[in-house]
Design a protein around this ligand. Structure first.
Ligand code: X8Z
Ligand code: ZN
Length: 605
């Protein structure tokens, strides 16, 4: 036996020896990996500047030509990133890699959102599809009273219109006109991206997306479910209470007392945030807050630029440098009247240095006031981490990136509005309005949670095949019912594609980031208010003007993606876990009150 083994081993060694010697010569060293990373980082950095400019021009002036140009540079970008990702995998096993080098190799391997396979023409086809889908969304129109209405106007109307027939018309026309025609292109895009993900060693594109959180992909999916379980009881109470109020307002024929809520009645095209129907759900007595941010902005003659200046003012009060002059010259703050653009708000960092911009079609209202703070949060994060190596020019994870501006906006309290001259000092709502204030906030923050989770539940299912193309619509509607407890205002079938009516599907932006951000922002806020020494009810805390909070925040921001996210979280909050507890804590008095209001009702759907 022994001899047999050693002879076999000897034979194998004899056969293998020339190959092995050669392998040894080819085995990459840690120094090779370093050299490769430096080269790859620099060329990706350079390439991203030109493709970023092309993408900017396309998003702010949609034509066939800008589509072609954006797609052309996008394809170059994709191919280069795929090549580097494949190469990075070869260095992963080099002996003696430092944790830092390993981290950069992993970042390079997982950086793409939509990888293409190396098959000739695949990257071009993928980018053509992605550009076409995003531009179709940008140009999308619905109807109101039979007249065409563009995306940003219909979004606004869904917030203020209270006529159920008109709400239904807008909802149906938007989803029919914008979503449905995308269906086949989307399916093609999914199959190309999946082929690309497989070449990179992932089971599918969803698995690749889940692998970006400094933990095994399966553990990440479990973490999101765990967070959902923490916040779901609060959502269930809010759903139950809101349904009762909608039933009182519209009657059984429009909104029955039991079962799911009709999706178009919630003040938002996607039923993702419900704050716009606060007037319908406001509790007797505590309900009239005495002010409404939209009204205040209008009363004080704010225009979109002045709203952005106010946002900048908050960050300046924390000690951040003012925005550069180019921000004001190059941003798109209002919708250009004579051309098609992608109105969905975004923040850009064109040169990875100081060329930061936002792109919005700002309306003078409370929603966009929050969105401005949100987008600026991206810009200040980008500027803080510009000191890092190119592969670290990113958030600690994508949820952090989405949480910064929202966390700042949680500080838009009545007292803060007085400080910046929007609210008269005598109009600050007293403690008897605390429940109203919390409910107003919950309608946006809590209502969003299941939506934030289900978008990628759908996409993960689409990518792994558990939601086949033949069931795109059913898969979507089922998840909307299961998690949000909502139904479309009319029956849908597989000729539709309602997922395509939400920007991030044609825009191919992963969405779990917003779910994470929704809980993270409360973790950040709780920590900042603790740092500021705040003693009152949490929701009344504003850390406006607190330079010490600003300094600590900057310390986290400037880490970028250089360290695993728990390190970044610990740097600001002291905690190493993402959790829904801070959010639940913030809303605890409201949850108690909702439970009382819902007594005797049969909640759920
Ligand atoms: O897409 C966004 C931002 C751009 S990063 C405006 N948000 C999500 C959405 O609108 O669906 C912010 C909240 C959720
Ligand atoms: Zn964002």
């Amino acid at each position: 036996m022994k001899i047999a083994i050693s002879l076999a081993a000897l034979a194998a060694a004899l056969v293998a020896s020339p190959v092995m010697a050669q392998q040894q010569a080819n085995t990459p060293t840690a120094a090779d990996a370093e050299a490769f990373l430096t080269k790859a980082e620099q060329s990706l950095f350079d390439q991203s500047i030109v493709s970023g400019r092309a993408a900017w021009i396309n998003a702010t002036y949609i034509t066939d030509d800008t589509d072609a140009i954006a797609s052309y540079f996008g394809a170059i970008d994709t191919k280069q990133r795929v090549d580097y990702a494949l190469e990075a995998a070869k260095f992963a096993t080099a002996p003696g890699l430092t944790p830092e080098t390993k981290r950069r190799l992993t970042l390079l391997r997982t950086a793409l959102t939509l990888p293409a396979p190396t098959t000739p023409g695949a990257a071009e086809q993928l980018n053509d599809l992605a550009t076409k889908l995003q531009s179709a969304y940008g140009k999308g129109k619905g109807t109101l009273k039979g007249q065409p209405i563009n995306g940003s106007d219909i979004e606004e109307q869904m917030g203020i219109n209270r006529n159920p027939e008109e709400l239904k018309e807008m909802w149906v026309s938007w989803h029919d006109n914008v979503g449905a025609p995308m269906r086949q292109d989307y399916a093609k895009l999914v199959s190309i991206a999946n082929a690309g993900s497989k070449e990179l060693g992932f089971a599918d594109t969803g698995a690749m997306w889940r692998s970006k959180y400094d933990m095994p992909a399966d553990d990440f999916a479990k973490l999101t479910d765990k967070i959902w379980a923490e916040v779901k009881p609060l959502y269930d109470e809010l759903h139950c209470y809101t349904r009762t109020k909608l039933n009182e307002k519209y009657g059984d024929a429009v909104q029955p007392k039991t079962g799911p809520i009709r999706a178009d009645l919630l003040g938002n095209m996607w039923a993702q945030e419900w704050g716009n129907i606060y007037d319908i759900v406001a509790p007797a007595g505590a309900g009239d807050l005495g002010y409404d941010v939209t009204d205040l902005l209008k009363a004080k003659n704010y225009d979109p630029v002045k709203m952005v200046k106010a946002g900048e003012g908050f960050y300046s009060s924390l000690g951040f440098d003012p925005l550069p002059a180019t921000f004001w010259e190059r941003s798109q703050i209002v919708k250009p009247r004579d051309r098609e653009v992608v109105c969905h708000a975004s923040a850009w960092d064109i040169d990875n240095k100081n060329d930061i911009r936002i792109k919005m079609c700002t309306k003078v209202n409370g929603d966009d006031f929050v969105t401005i703070h949100h987008e600026l949060g991206h810009n200040y994060y980008q500027r803080a981490y510009q000191v890092q190596k190119p592969l670290y020019l990113d958030g600690a994870n994508d949820g952090f990136h989405e949480a910064i501006g929202d966390f700042i906006a949680l500080s838009i309290t009545p007292d803060y509005l007085v400080k910046i001259g929007l609210l008269d000092a005598g109009k600050v709502p007293g403690a008897d309005k605390d429940l109203g204030l919390l409910l107003r906030q919950a309608m946006d923050k809590v209502a969003f949670l299941p939506f934030g989770l289900l978008i990628d539940k759908w996409r993960w299912g689409v990518f792994d095949g558990s939601i086949p193309e033949s069931q795109y619509e059913k898969g979507w509607t089922d998840l909307r019912l299961k998690y949000q407890g909502i139904v479309p205002p009319v029956a849908r079938d597989e000729s539709k594609f309602d997922a395509g009516g939400k920007y991030h599907i044609p825009g191919n932006t992963p969405y779990t980031r917003y779910f994470l951000a929704r809980v993270l922002q409360f973790q950040f806020y709780e920590a900042a208010c603790r740092q500021a020494g705040w003693k009152g009810p949490l929701h009344r805390c504003s850390f406006y003007g607190d330079k010490a909070v600003g300094e600590k925040l900057n310390a986290m921001l400037k880490m970028g993606a250089s360290k695993p996210w728990p390190d970044a979280l610990a740097a600001f909050t002291g905690s190493r876990t993402m959790s829904g507890k801070a959010l639940v804590n913030y809303f605890a008095p409201l949850q108690k009150w909702l439970v009382q209001q819902n007594k005797g009702k049969s909640c759920g759907w």
